[in-house]
Ligand binder design. Structure first.
Ligand code: BG6
Length: 296
């Protein structure tokens, strides 16, 4: 595999033609192309790429809180979705390994790190915990794996939530459905944050959708386009998944979301652990991951 770091962007390419691009700002994956040259991630053409605000599109990392932080919680002073997506991470290097039936050329793993000492003074004050994050992005043919390792390096326990806020490209949202969530409970932010049980085996996205599904048994989540599987998401230790499309009106109001009609061509499928807090005792570590597999 070829890997380069230029202008704070890490680019990796496999002999198969698969490639990905990761900004050190937020360790945000901004591009994932499969060997057919198909871009799998949606990135707004108005996304700020200069570090002035979180990148709109790709895979921003949400940590240590999802959504607006509850005011009475230890994360209460942090910005929406925490600080991981707008901190500058360190590139820790690449590795590729040979295993049964695979060659070292078949995949490449890129590691990124963020620790308490790297946060801005403002963020350190707002969340004064000693932590270490290692984020690994593994590219292989037709697949992208993202894994977050969280370590509590301090002497007090802390609570966190985390989520991969992945924006995927779809050809036509009106022909896109999501399956694998039947029977899951979900909080519907569009309907007064009430809780419902998903009855559909194949959920059509026909209006603004902003739901946090909780699926303790982590079944694969499948995005279908025109009835055919286009993306399969499998998860480890990430029991929740947000499904978000802001639809025409919300997107019209988002300054960094362009082109304005692109709500028709993206869907966020966001695996994470966000419906409750994960408590990490002093000295302990936690790991969660998701694999996205391109099917079409
Ligand atoms: C989703 C949330 O995960 O992110 C939505 O469920 C939110 O409610 C969306 O609008 C975008 O958030 P932000 O902070 O990137 O504008």
């Amino acid at each position: 595999p070829s890997v380069s770091l230029e202008d704070n962007i890490v680019t990796a390419r496999l002999p198969s033609g698969d490639s990905c691009q990761v900004y050190l700002y937020g360790a945000t994956v901004t591009s994932w192309k499969t060997s057919d040259n198909n871009e799998r991630l949606f990135l707004s053409s108005a996304a700020a790429l200069d570090g002035s605000k979180p990148i709109r599109g790709g895979i921003p990392i949400v940590f240590p809180v999802f959504g607006p932080p509850p005011k009475d919680h230890a994360t209460g002073q942090l910005p929406q979705h925490g600080f991981a997506r707008n901190s500058v991470w360190e590139y820790l290097g690449k590795s590729s390994s040979e295993s049964m039936g695979t060659k070292a050329d078949d995949s490449v793993k890129l590691d990124f790190g963020l620790g308490s000492s790297m946060l801005s003074e403002d963020m350190k004050k707002k969340w004064p915990h000693d932590f270490g994050l290692v984020y690994s992005v593994t590219l292989s043919k037709g697949k992208l794996e993202v894994q977050l390792h969280v370590q509590n390096k301090g002497d007090k326990a802390f609570d966190f939530q985390c989520l991969f806020h992945s924006y995927f490209t779809v050809k036509d949202i009106s022909k896109t459905t999501v399956s694998g969530l039947e029977g899951a409970s979900y909080v519907d932010k569009v309907r007064k944050a009430e809780t419902f049980t998903e009855e559909s085996s194949d959920i059509p996205i026909t209006s603004e959708t902003d739901r946090v599904y909780s699926t303790p048994s982590v079944p694969p989540i499948v995005v279908k386009e025109d009835g055919k599987d286009s993306l399969v998401c499998t998860r480890d230790a990430l029991p929740d998944c947000t499904v978000w499309n802001g639809w025409q009106e919300k997107i019209a109001g988002m300054g960094d979301f362009e082109p304005k009609d692109a709500w028709k061509r993206y869907l966020c499928i966001e695996p994470g652990t966000v419906s409750s807090w994960t408590k990490l005792e002093a000295g302990d570590a936690w790991e969660g991951s998701a694999i996205f597999e391109a099917k079409l």
